[in-house]
Design a protein around this ligand. Structure first.
Ligand SMILES: Cc1ncc(COP(=O)(O)OP(=O)(O)O)c(N)n1
Ligand SMILES: Cc1nc(C(=O)O)sc1CCOP(=O)(O)O
Ligand SMILES: [Mg+2]
Length: 708
């Protein structure tokens, strides 16, 4: 394990005063100290051993524990069962070679180096003998009166630049040195008086940690499954971490074969390989935060828990991936049980309402109930809970950060988009990164949510997949960097047409279409269809007229008005030519009942017209043009059989109306108007347009299916 040396407390009994060393250490570790070095020049070895045993208990594995100078005392404390992780030795102290030999390869051994000669000597030692260098003094300090000449920050920078070993800055280090020393290459700050003499060591340590984190690029490890479509899993985590200002790393717990339409297969590699991945990272890289996502089974969960206890990352965010978008439970009972141990090691968990329900053992009934359940869970696991309300119905999309006796709610208008794949993964990764940058929890949630909303709004432009597409993790960065890419009108039209390919093939396969094409369609079904078409066209004409009224240009106003005229003329011709008494149709066709499919379609169009949004309305209007034109030309071109082109076909004259060149031209124009409106629309409005378009296409399918 590589040690996190970021905040390194060296104790001094005099400076700890009446509070004493143990309580000072306990509070400082509570505040985020990562290494404790017991330093006491007056105590006997036996006394040092006893203090190490007491400190080991007080720290409880939450920080590393070293001892200054006293190698034998460290050995004795270990033999007494204390967890003593290593020693720090000076130039005149015991040999680091002996320390390594006595304490073993996993011990943390530090060596003081105040000048170039010390550095060269350290580098001449066998590799792996020394883990880090204590380099000082940065400035004169009373804590060590016999200190060597001050290096200053620049002297430290030069030293660190020449050292392949991590360098911890020591000697006169205060909180205001944090940024400069981290920038100078420090692997950590070793402080004595700044913490031992502090009125509140926990608060002071936390302040040091916040400044240290804010001064660097957080190294964030995602432990999750792989989503080859790039929208969720480690792929989304890495994008989210990078977009939030972190350096992302990823350990893969499971391989999935999935796309925007669902998961096809899951492969869980051998558990030893997961363990190897985890240790490969923690043996080499200081981890500032971990985000844990999909853990496929109990064995994977236990392996991750075991590693967490060894690696002790300072920030752990768990996205309890337990319930699929479909509502299916993703973990078996054993895994759900094992999850408890993982949650107990989390700083924040981010369940959606389904996952919250599983974790508290009951269904969640609305937002207030979710808040209550979140509070229960937070108390039970001793961590903050970010309850995600995205699955709630309604115009609002709330979240709430619950924990430490507070509930902070965040709410915004829901963003209407189908491109929500990986939203949960992305939010939790952004949150972990922001926490590792030193942001306060509520600020980190607010910032992550704002970034996520921008990414959701821009997801449509990516045009990824035919199902629930991904968010655009870098939308904001691209916009600010001049890299924003707007889709072309042609690209949008192609994408939208492709996205209804399933509906289009379903229409082709309908009995009604097949029977119409091969001439076997019964008279009754045909007349039913004509009647419904007549009822539809009369109302469709009104919707087209509304589009004309809303149109932003006179050309579009004229086009939609002309189309409205064409629709009502078409309806009238239906009557004149087909809906006649000798066709066995009553003159009062409009007394005919609107079939459910007709009613639903018209309701969708009228509801869209009611929004007053021109772009959304013409998107809803478009499928009627596009699908009829496409179907008619293919029918007429013989794609459904040559007979459809035969003048002897019982419906030859009807089929001929489908292939009208004027209608084809009108369709091309309608597509152009919609695509141009989509290009200039905001991503959110474009998403609403696309949704209206897709719903209309689905109604077309139902309309063609109704007669048979
Ligand atoms: C982290 C760290 N760096 C340097 C020292 C100084 O150790 P040493 O040179 O052994 O001097 P004394 O501490 O013994 O006075 C340190 N203790 N820790
Ligand atoms: C223990 C120690 N070693 C130093 C070295 O330069 O090797 S300076 C030092 C004391 C640092 O105390 P304070 O943080 O209160 O300045
Ligand atoms: Mg010493």
């Amino acid at each position: 394990m590589i040690a996190d040396l970021s905040l390194y407390l060296v104790t001094d009994p005099a400076l700890c005063g009446e509070r004493g060393v143990v309580d000072t250490v306990r509070h400082a570790v509570d505040g985020g100290v990562r290494v404790v070095q017991l330093r006491d020049k007056q105590a006997t070895d036996a006394e040092i051993t006893a203090q190490l045993i007491e400190l080991s208990r007080a720290i409880g594995g939450r920080s590393l524990l070293l001892v200054n100078d006293r190698l034998d005392a460290a050995i004795a404390a270990r033999e007494a069962g204390a967890r003593v992780d290593g020693v720090h030795l000076g130039q005149g102290d015991a040999s680091v070679l002996r320390a390594r030999s006595e304490l073993g390869p996993d011990a943390l051994i530090g060596l003081t180096a105040n000048n170039r000669a010390h550095l060269d000597a350290a580098l001449a030692l066998p590799a792996g003998t020394v883990d880090y260098l204590g380099v000082g003094v940065i400035r004169p300090t009373k804590t060590k009166p016999d200190h060597p000449p001050a290096l200053g920050v620049d002297g430290f920078r030069a030293f660190a630049a020449a050292s392949p070993l991590p360098c911890v800055a020591i000697g006169g280090v205060g909180i205001d040195d944090t940024e400069a020393l981290r920038d100078a290459g420090a692997a950590g700050l070793a402080v004595v008086s700044a913490l031992c003499a502090a009125e509140d060591p926990a608060e002071t340590a936390a302040a040091f940690v916040q400044r240290w984190r804010a001064a660097g690029v957080p190294r964030v490890l995602s432990i999750a499954g792989s989503d080859p479509s790039g929208g969720a899993g480690v792929q989304a985590d890495l994008k989210s971490i990078a977009a939030s200002g972190g350096y992302g790393m990823a350990v893969i717990t499971a391989l999935t074969a999935q796309n925007t339409q669902g998961v096809r297969a899951v492969h869980v590699p051998p558990i030893d390989f997961l363990r190897e991945q985890l240790h490969a990272i923690s043996d080499d890289i200081v981890i500032d935060a971990v985000k844990i996502g999909m853990l496929a089974n109990a064995e994977v969960i236990r392996t991750v828990v075991e590693w967490l206890d060894a690696a002790r990352p300072p920030i752990v965010v768990v996205d309890p991936v337990m319930v699929a978008t479909s509502g299916d439970r993703l973990l078996d009972a054993e895994a759900e049980h094992a999850l408890g141990a993982l949650l107990a090691r989390a700083d924040v968990i981010t369940p959606n309402l389904g996952e919250l329900g599983v974790l508290v053992g009951r269904d969640i009934d609305g937002w207030d109930d979710a808040l209550a359940a979140g509070a229960v869970l937070s108390t039970a696991i001793g961590a903050r809970v970010l309850v995600k309300g995205g699955h709630l119905d309604g115009a609002e999309a709330p979240d709430a950060l619950i924990g430490a006796g507070t509930t902070i709610e965040f709410t915004d208008a829901r963003i209407e988009t189908r491109n929500t794949h990986g939203t949960g993964c992305s939010l939790s990764s952004a949150l972990a990164t922001r926490l590792a940058r030193g942001e306060a929890p509520d600020d980190a949630v607010a910032g992550s949510r704002a970034w996520l909303r921008e990414s959701l709004r821009e997801g449509e432009a990516l045009m990824v997949g035919r199902g629930h597409g991904p968010i655009n993790h870098f939308a904001g960065l691209w916009a600010r960097g001049g890299l924003e890419t707007r889709p072309s009108a042609e690209g949008i039209a192609t994408d939208w047409w492709e996205r209804i390919s399933g509906i289009r093939s379903d229409i082709d396969g309908l009995p009604f279409i097949r029977a119409l094409a091969d001439g076997t369609l019964g008279r009754e079904a045909f007349v039913f269809y004509l009647e419904q078409d007549a009822l539809y066209l009369r109302e469709y004409a009104r919707v087209l007229a509304e589009a004309s009224r809303l149109a932003p240009t006179s050309a579009e106003q004229a086009f939609w008005a002309h189309s409205a005229h064409g629709s009502i003329v078409g309806e009238l011709e239906l009557h004149a030519s087909w809906l006649t008494p000798d066709a066995g149709v009553s003159a009062e066709t409009f007394a005919a009942e609107r079939a459910p499919a007709t009613m639903a379609y018209l309701d969708h169009l009228r509801a869209t017209a009611f929004t007053g949004d021109y772009a959304e309305l013409i998107a809803a209007i478009l499928p009627c043009f596009w699908l009829y034109d496409d179907l008619g030309r293919r029918l007429h071109a013989g794609e459904f059989g040559e007979y459809a082109c035969d003048p002897q076909h019982p419906y030859a004259s009807w089929l001929a109306t489908y292939a009208d060149p004027a209608f084809e031209q009108a369709t091309v124009q309608a597509i152009a108007y919609v695509a141009e409106a989509a290009v200039s629309a905001s991503p959110e409005r474009r998403s609403r347009m696309h949704r209206a378009f897709e719903i209309s296409a689905a109604h077309e399918l139902a309309f063609f299916a109704a007669p048979l």
